[in-house]
Design a protein around this ligand. Structure first.
Ligand SMILES: [Mn+2]
Length: 339
């Protein structure tokens, strides 16, 4: 009897496309041509924003560039605080306010923005006056898209970190263990534990991080959650109505949008649920809906009906001057029409 053993060698893994290789070279050239590089991301930094900035930081410093990280958030989440403290202590990597670097900006400065393409979400709007800009992002194109000379936007990438890892791999850049650790935690968050938007390429990028010896205990530390936030989310989850294969939760209290998103992720994990919707106030006059689907139901189409957008499996909308009860009933009515 013959047994055939297949062995995966590197060439059997997914290869980078010509476009991705071109992006790596183009971005490398733009960095090389600049006097200094300023890195930033979106407001309310998360680990994908920070991890993608840090990956770029090592690309730029490897190319011999003075590199600044601009963060103007007044407050940080626990994991971002922890990561920033360790970066300062162990690597002497510090962040700057826009004000503190304003004077060094010239026509030869290069700004790289990661994890957003929305000009309203950038850490400091004054940065957008920098002439040379590159946007690297994995979100759908925003209505308020940043006007930049060069953009590398891939809506199919799981995270900004995944995209930066194509560059790191292609340009053969070394990153320290702690940076790889933050990057793995960032990918974990954006993919909900390598489930959502995860492809062979996502795993290939993550595998590269293990080559830099990620510290899995520290990854776990960075991913720990806050008990009070957990309790708030459970409150939303407990108010769920199950209608056919839909889970619909709603609450009159004010939440931040990420809380709605996390609650709708949770709702999707229950038996028979094909799509989940979380409806709650995100400020006094605005109601948010966060929608998720495992793939058979197109929640982008449903959210579009409510003037929102997104992807087939992840979508959202915001509705002004109405009430929760009405939004919930409108949604149930619309879903009924889909049956
Ligand atoms: Mn992201």
């Amino acid at each position: 009897m013959y047994v055939v053993i297949y062995r995966l060698c590197d060439s059997n893994l997914v290869q980078y496309t010509q476009g991705e290789i071109m992006n790596a070279l183009e971005i490398k050239n733009k960095i090389s041509e600049s006097n200094e590089v300023i890195l930033t991301s979106h407001i309310d930094m998360d680990l994908d924003a920070l991890g993608s900035i840090l990956g770029l930081y090592y690309i730029c410093t490897n190319l011999g560039k003075k590199t600044y990280i601009v963060i103007d958030d007044k407050e940080h989440t626990i994991e971002i605080k922890r990561a920033l403290n360790n970066l300062k202590k162990e690597f002497n990597i510090t962040t700057n306010s826009y004000k503190s670097i304003e004077k060094i900006i010239s026509d030869k400065s290069l700004l790289i923005i990661t994890d957003t393409n929305n000009e309203k979400r950038v850490q400091n709007k004054n940065l957008l006056n920098i002439k040379n800009k590159i946007v690297i992002d994995h979100h759908i194109i925003s209505e308020n898209k940043i006007n930049s000379k060069y953009e590398y936007i891939d809506e199919n990438a799981s995270s900004a970190i995944e995209m930066i890892l194509y560059l790191i791999d292609e340009l053969n850049i070394y990153i320290p263990t702690y940076i790889a650790t933050i990057m793995l935690a960032g990918m974990y968050i954006d993919t909900n534990g390598f489930l959502i938007k995860t492809t062979e390429k996502t795993h290939k990028s993550a595998a590269l991080l293990y080559k830099f010896n990620v510290d899995t205990i520290e990854t776990e530390q960075l991913l720990k959650q806050n008990f009070n936030e957990y309790k708030r989310r459970q409150k939303l989850v407990l108010k769920t109505e199950f209608i056919n294969n839909y889970a619909i939760s709603y609450d009159e209290n004010i939440y931040i949008p990420i809380e709605l998103a996390k609650a709708s992720d949770v709702l999707l994990t229950f038996n028979d649920i094909e799509a989940s919707f979380v409806i709650a106030k995100i400020d006094k006059n605005t109601i948010g809906i966060s929608a998720r689907s495992i793939g058979n139901i197109d929640v982008e189409k449903i959210m579009k009906h409510f003037n929102g957008g997104g992807h087939r499996t992840i979508a959202a909308t915001q509705i002004k001057d109405t009430d929760i009860e009405k939004v919930k009933n409108d949604l149930i009515y619309y879903l009924g029409g889909l049956e």
